[in-house]
Write a protein that binds this ligand. Structure first.
Ligand code: 0YR
Ligand code: MG
Length: 374
């Protein structure tokens, strides 16, 4: 079996409600720059990464896929993923400019497409190819009701509806307001609205400095916060280790870490409790699995960040023993042949062969800005 062609795409799909914001980002669309890898066997793999739909940046990613990695992939056997991954990851002229950022996101999309091909050739959903079982429950927690640009009333109404109407047993809300006491007020109101049994997570998206995170973080214990996510600048290992020591609330991070080595350093320093690798920010499923094994060896739970808007990570969560819970944000739902689905707070195991990444032709027609811009 041989790779014959790489066909890049860039989806820009609208977020569910006009515009959302966390402490650091504002967006109206979710971006999915990626690639369809075609083979001589008639099977095609779909892979993509996740962005904030900034076209000039997304074009760098698809150019990297098509022009930098593409020539290394043509005529290769797509089933030999570990071999290809090593070759691409360590290809000297790309390693020189890579190991993070654009080149890495490009590699992640390619790796996901290769796993999609492998599972389709096997005729299995990826979770089953990787040894998982549909008998395992993956609890969904929802992050699409807690945006920082919501008014307090809207925030509380959303969180209540997620729990009471949609059956979620966990919600995550954003913090990192200019005045952190506003955040405490929002946390208190949400905790009151959802009651004591629902898991409540908070996410500062790296906004605070160490002093603020320490001072405000001490108050979180009053609201039974399951985890405090990205409290301070992503790379500040010592700062996170200090917070982990001094706060009662567990720390979660990983969505801005790019490598197995980054995760090893944070885990070894005791700077993370909930490990949040993202297969489309790491170098694909291949490196995600390495990180999940590393976390398992330290008996730490893995709760992936979902730059892919869940599709791939649902398969991984079902298959990997360190996973029991997964984030849910529905922004790309309309794009897939089999969109990830939560019923009564739990994910439904996907049935189609592949990694869950196959796009509908209608989605490509409607949202592929690369086609449109030529
Ligand atoms: C929106 N999930 C996150 C989204 C998300 C961000 O900016 O990208 O909130 O990546 O922190 O936990
Ligand atoms: Mg986050």
């Amino acid at each position: 079996m041989k790779i014959t062609q790489l066909e890049p795409f860039i989806l820009h799909a609208p977020v569910t409600r006009r515009q959302i914001a966390d402490s650091t980002h504002q967006l109206t669309h979710w971006g999915a720059p990626g690639v369809i890898i075609r083979t001589d066997a008639g099977v095609s793999g779909y892979g993509y990464t996740g962005t904030h739909a900034y076209l000039p940046g997304d074009r760098l990613i698809t150019d990297c896929i098509a022009h930098a990695y593409g020539p290394l992939l043509i005529d290769q056997n797509p089933l030999e993923i570990q071999h290809l991954w090593r070759r691409l990851y360590h290809y000297p002229p790309l390693q020189w400019i890579g190991r993070g950022g654009v080149t890495q996101l490009a590699l992640s999309a390619i790796d996901v497409a290769l796993w999609d091909i492998k599972a389709k050739v096997a005729g299995l959903p990826l979770w089953q190819l990787l040894g998982g079982s549909a008998a395992k429950t993956i609890e969904g927690y929802n992050t699409d009701g807690g945006w920082l640009n919501w008014s307090l009333d809207q925030l509380v109404d959303d969180c209540r509806a997620l729990v009471e109407t949609h059956g979620y047993r966990g919600v995550k809300i954003k913090v990192g307001s200019p005045d952190p006491y506003d955040d405490l007020q929002r946390i208190e109101a949400v905790r009151q609205a959802i009651g004591p049994r629902i898991k409540l997570m908070i996410d500062a998206n790296g906004r605070w400095d160490l002093t603020t995170a320490l001072t405000i973080g001490r108050r979180f214990a009053d609201y039974d916060i399951r985890w405090f996510e990205e409290p301070i600048w992503y790379d500040d290992l010592d700062g996170h280790a200090a917070l982990a020591q001094k706060l009662a609330t567990p720390l979660a991070l990983g969505e801005q870490l790019y490598s197995l080595d980054d995760f090893r350093n944070f885990i070894r320093a005791g700077a993370v409790h909930y490990v949040q690798p993202d297969a489309v920010r790491l170098a694909g499923i291949t490196e995600w699995w390495q990180v999940a094994d590393l976390a398992l060896a330290h008996r730490l739970p893995v709760v992936s960040h979902i730059g892919d808007m869940v599709q791939v990570h649902l398969h991984l969560a079902i298959a990997h023993p360190a996973c029991h819970m997964l984030e849910y944000i529905p922004w790309l739902n309309a794009c897939f042949e089999e969109p990830a689905t939560v019923i009564d707070g739990d994910f439904i195991p996907p049935q189609n062969p592949g990694a869950g990444t196959t796009l509908t032709e209608a989605a490509l027609e409607a949202y592929d800005v690369l086609r449109r811009s030529g």
